[in-house]
Design a protein around this ligand. Structure first.
Ligand SMILES: Nc1nc2c(c(=O)[nH]1)N[C@@H](CN(C=O)c1ccc(C(=O)N[C@@H](CCC(=O)O)C(=O)O)cc1)CN2
Ligand code: GAR
Length: 293
């Protein structure tokens, strides 16, 4: 009898099913590409199940995969530590924070960085007892940090990923080099269209409507030293309707942004980002680990 094994939720990379053999040991059926079976036994399954539940309590995620040679190896994925950068209302920040609290994002927002101490995102962070750091140092924000002070602060918080969510200042090269392939940004258009210096907030949507474009959307990309030129990681498309105002379009795009950002941050925290040989980052599907998008 073939039964879906409890191992499957540990090893999303393999679609494994259990076949109970006559001597009561378990055979792990590897993906259809190989007809081979690997032998395991009840005690392995029981110990994996036990460790997985212990792991859950320790903020780690256990991934178990069965090798062709029959070793059942376990990979422990630590819960990631996230820094979110905001300048405005912070709805994307709130969306990611809610996903983190309900568990769909295996990460914790441990610090918020802003260039506007009174913005909505910073107020929300304070209401949730999340530390707020000012960056950069300007005449309006004399208490802001320098780039090197910010890097030191983020290292102190042991940050794994930096998420820009409506942050409006240029991220300096020093921070980009300190967090290589670990800074992402969300932009409210289908890059490379309608991106770059001067393209932020409602300015983007006004340009899209005025252009007559029939589609727009949201883009999440890796951050490099220029505005909006980093490798694209994910996009969602929305229609631009004939009588849309810029505000109508902004609301439609923002709704997609919230879902897209939570999905991408979940993939980052699950270590499901795979770099194609030509440098394009892909996301490994959680439901179908053999599929990438
Ligand atoms: N090194 C990088 N830093 C930032 C990036 C990036 O891709 N690389 N993305 C931006 C976010 N962004 C678009 O997604 C963006 C934000 C702001 C601007 C812009 O023109 N800003 C104005 C100042 C606006 C203000 O202070 O109110 C400007 O620099 O003149 C363009 C794109 C975040 N950082
Ligand atoms: N170029 C950067 C840019 O325009 N970012 C945009 O600012 C808004 C922030 O909203 P939020 O503060 O409610 O998340 C979002 O629409 C985001 O895509």
């Amino acid at each position: 009898m073939e039964a879906q094994c409890s191992l499957c939720r540990f090893c999303p990379k393999l679609s494994i099913s259990l076949i109970r053999s006559p001597n009561y040991s378990f055979l792990l059926k590897l993906p259809s590409s190989s007809s081979s079976f690997v032998q395991t036994n009840h005690s392995t399954l029981r110990s994996v199940w036990f460790k997985e539940n212990i792991a859950r309590r320790k903020n780690v995620q256990m991934v178990v995969s069965a090798s062709l040679k029959g070793e059942v190896s376990k990979t422990v994925i630590q819960k990631k530590k996230l820094a979110v950068f905001v300048s405005g209302g912070g709805s994307n920040f709130r969306s990611i924070h809610e996903a983190s609290l309900e568990g769909s994002v295996h990460g914790e927002i441990v610090v918020v960085v802003t260039n506007k101490s009174g913005c909505g995102g910073a107020e929300y962070a304070r209401s949730k007892n999340i530390p707020v750091v000012l960056f950069p140092k300007t005449k309006d924000e004399p208490n802001g940090l320098s780039a090197s002070e910010l890097v030191a602060t983020l290292k102190h918080f042991e940050i794994d990923f930096i998420l820009l969510a409506g942050y409006l200042k240029l991220i300096p090269l020093e921070l980009i080099q300190a967090y290589s392939k670990s800074i992402v940004n969300i932009h409210p258009s289908l890059l490379p269209a309608f991106g770059g210096k001067g393209y932020y907030g409602m300015k983007v949507h006004k340009a899209v409507v005025n252009s007559g474009a029939r589609f727009s959307g949201a883009t999440i990309h890796l951050v490099d030293e220029h505005f909006d030129t980093g490798r694209i990681l994910a996009q969602r498309v929305v229609p631009v309707l004939a009588n849309d105002s810029a505000e109508d379009l902004a609301a439609r795009v923002l709704k997609e942004e919230h879902g897209l950002y939570a999905e991408v941050v979940a993939a980052l925290c699950d270590e499901r980002i795979i770099w194609r040989s030509d440098g394009v980052p892909l996301i490994q599907s959680k439901e179908h680990p053999n599929e990438f998008y």
